[in-house]
Ligand binder design. Structure first.
Ligand code: GLY
Length: 421
């Protein structure tokens, strides 16, 4: 069996790791991969967004399945392109990928279908956006319409911050074309949670609820990041909360997809906030697994991953018994000096050989230099552990973190430390 994994982060290393753990003889190709994936398979030199190179490689090599990790190739239409060429691929087509690629599209979809979400509006004119902001109670959330590598969301707490956000996104175009339009919505206080739903457009499976830690520093301080650590299942996600998420969020969302002709096949990640006043509210959709959430979800999967991915691709998810084990998983992201603004790269990573059963170090921003792993991005490693209880998994993850060193590295010390809703 031959599988192509597209992407280069901790999520893609986790996908490759899991595929190989289930099937040790799988031939893995990762485009472009990192120093960690190089130990599991063959890294290809194409960037994840070079659709022509990926298609040409796949036409020659004919992988049994291609799995797309990040949103950029999905939003650029890689699935449509592979499908047209008769190549099996896991992920949503470009029309459904707009749910992540355009915040304006998604807000209109949520409001039109009366799905639980904050009141808000969309603008293509910066003066109109400012007039609207002056009419609302602060804080307000200002989101660039397009993909902005997780940086396009600004929470404005003062009139000056609101004005500045509009200027930066729409007038100065700090996120490029992604800032041609914005969504502005009320800020909702509450507890964020990550809901992952596998669906083939017919059946669906809700994965264990996970929790990301988006802020850079302990106690949720500092700037937003792509995610500094995660755990799953979240203990606050009681059966009652699961039930409400299924009934109030997932089922109505999938019904609205069907009503609006959105044929979503792949993994839908619903960013949710649990508010005291109104229960679960939808913040955003992502059209792929979270990073670092995927790193804590895959150790919980009982069913071989390829069976699940294949069932979604073949639209036979209803016939696939997707099971989870009773383990709990924690991942701690070790980041480069200067992350998230200007990560310093090129540091040699030491301590990767130390082994501790029930742990695994997923590489993100790393590359190989001979036999050495060197940092090459902001989120360098996701140090992951799984055990029978979350506290034990947390201790194991930090035990492993303590053995790893690279110049200027930093990480949060409070991942999975606050477990109640
Ligand atoms: N952890 C947040 C994301 O993957 O978007």
């Amino acid at each position: 069996m031959k599988v192509l994994v597209i992407g280069s982060g901790g999520r893609e290393h986790a996908l490759a790791w899991r595929l190989q753990r289930d099937h040790p003889h799988v031939a893995l190709f990762i485009a472009p991969g990192n120093a960690g994936t190089a130990r599991l398979g063959t890294n290809l030199s194409f960037p994840a967004t070079d659709l022509a190179a990926l298609e040409s490689w796949a036409m020659t090599e004919k992988p049994n399945l291609t799995v797309v990790g990040p949103e950029a190739p999905l939003c650029a239409g890689i699935v449509d392109r592979f499908e047209a060429a008769g190549l099996p691929i896991f992920g949503p087509r470009v029309a459904a990928a707009r749910l992540e690629g355009s915040k304006v599209f998604t807000k209109a979809f949520l409001l039109k279908n009366k799905l639980p979400t904050a009141p808000g509006a969309s603008f293509t004119d910066s003066d109109a956006a400012r007039v609207y902001l002056r009419s609302r109670t602060l804080p307000q959330v200002i989101k660039a319409d397009g993909l902005a590598a997780g940086k396009g969301v600004i929470i404005a707490r003062t009139p000056e911050e609101a004005d500045d956000a509009v200027t930066r996104i729409m007038d100065d175009r700090v996120f490029g074309a992604a800032g041609a339009a914005v969504v502005i919505e009320d800020f909702l206080p509450g507890r964020e949670m990550s809901i992952h739903v596998l669906t083939d457009g017919r059946a669906h499976v809700i994965l264990p609820i996970s929790q990301d830690h988006k802020k850079l520093r302990d106690e949720d301080l500092g700037p937003n990041t792509g995610g500094m650590g995660a755990y799953a299942p979240a203990p606050f996600a009681t059966p009652e909360i699961h039930d409400r998420v299924a009934r109030e969020i997932v089922e109505p969302v999938l019904a609205a997809f069907r009503a609006d002709g959105i044929d979503f096949r792949g993994i839908l990640y619903i960013g949710l906030i649990w508010t005291e006043a109104h229960g679960p509210q939808i913040l955003e959709f992502n059209v792929r697994g979270g990073d670092p959430e995927t790193q804590v979800l895959l150790p919980l999967l009982e069913t071989p991953l390829i069976d699940v991915l294949h069932a979604v691709w073949a639209q036979k998810l209803g016939e696939c018994a997707v099971r989870f084990n009773a383990l709990k998983a924690v991942t701690v992201v070790m980041a480069a000096e200067g992350y998230p603004d200007q990560p310093v790269t090129g540091s040699t990573i030491e301590g990767l050989d130390f082994d501790l059963p029930g742990t695994y170090v997923f590489h993100g921003g790393t590359r190989e230099e001979g036999k050495t792993a060197v940092s090459s991005g902001g989120r360098v490693l996701s140090v992951t552990a799984w055990a029978n209880d979350l506290q034990q998994a947390r201790e194991m993850a930090y035990q492993r973190v303590a053995k790893i060193h690279f110049a200027g590295n930093h990480y949060r010390r409070d991942i999975a430390a606050r477990l109640t809703l």
